[in-house]
Design a binder for this molecule. Structure first.
Ligand SMILES: [Zn+2]
Length: 419
């Protein structure tokens, strides 16, 4: 077992002060002025930088880097049914592994320390997370096409996968991943919710992404996707509901009552023209926990959460016709997972996990700015200097290791899948 060197970050902005941070044993060990570094500590000069808790990408399909730029500019269902789902039939676990490695390298490089993922071959995603050194909440995507019997046949496999993910180490948290209410039968949704309850796992699902999803759910089940999911036991404080664009006020009240988190994905929603901006002001007024995600690289096409944070803030201001909506500090709290218990973000205080992004705010493109406004409205992931996950340095001087091999693997695998 290799020793992890403690890390000292000198003179970075944390909140509204300039302080030193010492990271040791996987946690923030000290915060304060003029901390002494011990021999063997790795020291970073944080002058001109903000030290942020690592960004939390609350909804993604990491391995879909394999399909970046594949079938762009198409309607959602046509894109899924004619392009993505057929190509995914050809996926092997090694494809998923390398696609996830590319996504994780990009996420680390741009300040993300935790992703909430849903995809095929989640054991391969978990292995990629361990090798990359990033935290991952990992779910197998579950489809039964509304066929409860087909869903029942998949149950042993679901349990085996959850067991395997539970053994993947401290960076990996297993989750259940019903794709959506329109692709999973009520029986399967209820069973997955039960499994999640028994094992205290997150439930990661797409919810009220499109108007069509809501119309179909009301026609088939007589209620909205949120109400239907709740009836089946799937809405709890461990639920991560992606998108939520078409949640109405009654849905928001229900989601808030259950303490379920909505993860908004503004770039994916705008690219796929979901037709309605996630009603963030109403959600917050109702008390809904909120997070930010990129969605997969095939519908974004980047994985730079700082870039998407600007889009989130602008989209919300524009939709509300109010520039005071979602100010910069609040936007940062959303992107660092601090507005949701299941996403688990915490301020950089003693005892918090040593998940840190050091972002330069004194250079071209950002200076001079107040730190929060600089990060939200001017900086991108390109301004990230260093990233630490669970006390280990994963980005130094803006570089992650192993990129050439990862890119070569992904290029040849993507070519095979896109035929
Ligand atoms: Zn998605």
């Amino acid at each position: 077992v290799s020793e992890v060197r403690p890390v000292v970050i000198r003179g970075a902005v944390v909140g509204d002060e300039v302080v030193d941070l010492r990271l040791a044993d996987g946690v923030v060990a000290a915060v304060g002025p003029d901390l002494a570094a011990s021999p063997g500590d790795e020291v970073f000069d944080g002058t001109g930088c903000v030290a942020l808790p690592g960004l939390v990408n609350g909804h993604t399909h990491a391995s879909m880097t394999l399909f970046r730029g594949y079938g762009d500019d198409l309607p959602l269902m046509e894109w899924l049914e004619r392009w993505i789902w057929p190509a995914e039939q050809r996926l092997e676990a090694e494809d998923v592994y390398w696609g996830a490695r590319l996504a994780m390298a990009e996420m680390l490089r741009t300040g993300t320390t935790h992703l909430v993922d849903m995809y095929w071959h989640p054991e391969a995603v978990a292995r990629a997370a361990v090798d990359a050194g990033i935290r991952a909440t990992t779910a197998a995507v579950f489809f039964d096409g509304g066929d409860a019997e087909a869903g029942r046949r998949q149950r042993p496999q679901v349990l085996d996968t959850l067991d395997a993910l539970a053994d993947a180490g401290p960076l990996v948290r297993p989750a259940v991943g019903p794709h959506a209410v329109y692709t999973v039968s009520g029986d399967s949704l209820a069973w997955l919710a039960e499994v999640a309850d028994e094992r205290a796992l997150p439930i990661h699902i797409h919810l009220s992404e499109t108007a069509d999803e809501v119309t179909r759910c009301r026609a088939e089940h007589g209620e909205s996707p949120a109400a239907w999911l709740d009836r089946l036991g799937g809405l709890s404080e461990r639920t991560v509901a992606a998108h939520g664009c078409w949640l109405d006020d009654a849905d928001l009240a229900l989601v808030a009552e259950r303490r379920a988190t909505v993860v908004t994905n503004p770039v994916s929603n705008m690219k796929l023209a979901t037709g309605r901006t996630f009603p963030y002001p109403a959600a917050v007024a109702a008390g809904v926990p909120v997070g930010l995600g990129t969605d997969g690289a095939s519908s974004n096409n980047g994985l730079d959460l700082l870039a998407d944070l600007k889009v989130l803030a602008l989209a919300q201001k524009h939709a509300a016709d109010d520039p005071a909506v979602l100010p910069a500090e609040e936007a940062l709290a959303v992107a660092t997972g601090q507005r949701s218990a299941v996403l688990g973000g915490r301020p950089l205080e003693v005892g918090a996990p040593a998940d840190v992004a050091l972002v330069r705010v004194d250079g071209l493109g950002v200076a001079p700015s107040a730190p929060a406004a600089g990060l939200v409205y001017a900086a991108t992931g390109a301004h990230v200097e260093a990233v630490v996950v669970a006390g280990r340095v994963r980005v130094r001087h803006g570089r992650v290791e192993g990129i050439d091999e990862i890119l070569a693997e992904v290029r040849h695998r993507a070519a095979r899948l896109r035929r």
